[in-house]
Design a protein around this ligand. Structure first.
Ligand code: FRU
Length: 532
């Protein structure tokens, strides 16, 4: 059985590990080269990494060990870089490094050596990266402008000493498009005047003022700085002390302009992760829509808004220097409430699929939508298609050999029905449109392994479906062994959650709980090809 192959293996020992690491690296680096990959892999000893239980097959995971936030998302010279919070010695959080991966298309990834290691200033926490095109920092040359990473130093010794100024901002630069990195000798470039949580700088080039803008979090609000050279920073303003959700500390901000779909209007979006304090518990990501004049961000938004209502999309940020004028977002598919406890063995955590962000306006209210990049179309191979109708009170089951590595899409005008994925162990992931309460519900309490941490399976996750237009809407579900991502009405509302079934789901059961006929159009199941 397919799932049998997914059992955890314990072949790695410290003696063979360095060899295996090189071997795996070399296999991954073949991915985009014009060589016969199959022949090359066939001549090598079998590598069982990436077929372990729960290993996502088309979402990014590190080869092994602990990963959290995406960092330094930047495009440069044909390459999308993704750095990430990484602890190479354990599958729980520890002294943070920046792991590194690259991609030409944001679908297939190549694992790279660790980019940034802790140093005398501390661990390397989250941050961003920019292409310093005019060599404003002087760290490269006009002909070879540097890639500059801006990150938080977390000084663990100072923290232990009980001081409040243990987080500062540092920079590092690369002159070979991310292959090797040098720390700036004058680090830190932004000191700390006694704010305990002072971190996660997002830097971007602001055309209007021809300057670098940095937004970071300070406790539970954001601060904005400017610079001409990425080295010397001046405080400009702060935002958020009395707006938005404040159930926990603010983390991982991002600030960018976005055009409202179908109009020339441009708004600025501020993304803020918050932990705890998310609508379904633990970590989550809120956003504010407003204006940024080069100095101050303002918003007249009254209500809290969330990028994703599921429990497992945190610390997401967007790409700098994206060549196709898209705003591309990647989040960490976990939640601090149980991130360290999930039942994987060789590695821990995955990223969301890269998602394209858009702004829509309904009435006077703006909404940020997020939806998988079109590129992903290439890995989904359609296997089953049909339209069907169901009478009141009936149910219909559609079998498929492996829903856990698949895309499921359909369109429906109905708002009162349930669809649940289940397996022969009676484990089930239950998804419900409850039009009466105007809610979409995700219940993973019986989805498989759930007891590793009480917070994981305890609550039914709720997503308001208010403001979703009447009529037919698309529902799109991406499943990848240990995750489910649900996009309602092209990403107007989204839920991302981890799941750990003991066997893959083979049935999808629709139940019509309404007083009308349930119409499911363009129902389609596609198998997802592995990206590794
Ligand atoms: C968010 C976060 C960041 C911090 C990093 C440390 O998940 O807590 O605020 O920089 O993780 O790993």
């Amino acid at each position: 059985m397919y799932f049998y192959k997914m059992q955890p293996i314990n072949m790695r020992t410290h003696i063979i590990y360095p060899f295996m690491y090189l071997l795996v690296l070399s296999i991954f680096s073949c991915k985009n080269k014009e060589v016969d990959i199959n022949t090359e892999i066939a001549s090598m000893p079998e590598v069982s990494f990436f077929k372990e239980a729960y290993r996502p097959q088309y979402h990014f995971t590190p080869i092994e060990m602990w990963m959290n936030d995406p960092n330094g998302l930047v495009y440069n010279n044909g390459i999308y870089h993704m750095f990430y919070q990484y602890y190479p010695e354990d599958i729980v959080w520890g002294p943070m490094h920046w792991g590194h991966a690259t991609s030409k298309d944001l679908v297939y990834w190549e694992h790279k050596p660790i980019a940034l290691f802790p140093d005398e200033h501390g661990y390397i926490f989250s941050g961003s990266a920019v292409v310093d095109k005019n060599n404003s920092s002087g760290l490269g040359t006009q002909d070879n402008p540097p890639l500059v990473a801006i990150f938080t130093y977390h000084d663990i010794n100072k923290e232990k000493d009980g001081t409040d100024d243990f987080q500062t901002q540092g920079i590092a630069y690369s002159l070979d498009n991310g292959d090797s990195w040098n720390k700036y000798l004058g680090n830190p470039v932004l000191g700390n005047e006694g704010i305990k949580d002072f971190r996660d700088p997002k830097v971007f080039w602001h055309e209007g003022t021809q300057s670098w803008i940095l937004v970071l979090v300070a406790g539970d609000y954001a601060q904005i700085y400017r610079s001409d050279d990425l080295i010397s920073w001046t405080f400009l303003s702060e935002f958020g002390k009395d707006v938005g959700a404040h159930g926990g500390v603010w983390e991982c901000p991002d600030l960018f302009p976005l055009k409202v779909s179908g109009s020339g209007e441009e708004k600025w979006v501020l993304i803020i992760s918050i932990n705890p304090g998310a609508p379904n518990g633990g970590s989550g990501t809120q956003y504010f829509i407003g204006e940024f004049d080069g100095s101050t961000f303002t918003s007249d938004q009254k209500e809290e808004k969330w990028i994703d209502w599921g429990t497992d999309n945190y610390a997401g940020i967007t790409y700098n220097n994206e060549p196709n004028n898209q705003r591309i977002f990647i989040g960490w598919m976990s939640n601090w409430a149980y991130a360290r406890d999930t039942p994987t063995k060789e590695w821990r955590s995955a990223m969301t699929v890269p998602r394209s962000l858009s702004l829509i306006k309904s009435g006077n209210s703006y909404e940020l939508t997020n939806y998988p990049l079109e590129n992903f179309g290439t890995i989904f191979k359609s296997e089953l298609k049909k339209d069907f109708e169901m009478a009141v009170g009936t149910s219909e089951t559609i079998s498929f050999d492996n829903y856990n590595q698949a895309e499921i899409r359909f369109k429906t005008p109905n708002r009162n029905f349930e669809f649940s994925f289940n397996n022969s162990l009676s484990e089930q992931l239950v998804l419900t449109f409850d039009g009466n309460q105007e809610l979409f519900l995700l219940d993973r309490s019986k989805s498989g392994k759930t007891t590793f941490k009480e917070e994981f399976g305890k609550n039914i996750q709720k997503l308001p479906i208010t403001n979703i237009p009447d009529g037919e809407i698309e529902v799109r579900v991406l499943m990848d062994w240990s995750s489910v991502e649900i996009f309602i009405n092209n990403g107007q509302r989204v839920m991302t959650a981890q799941i750990f079934p003991n066997e893959n789901y083979t049935n999808l059961t629709f139940k019509n709980s309404s007083t009308d006929i349930l119409t499911i159009n363009e129902f389609e199941v596609s198998a997802a090809e592995p990206i590794w």
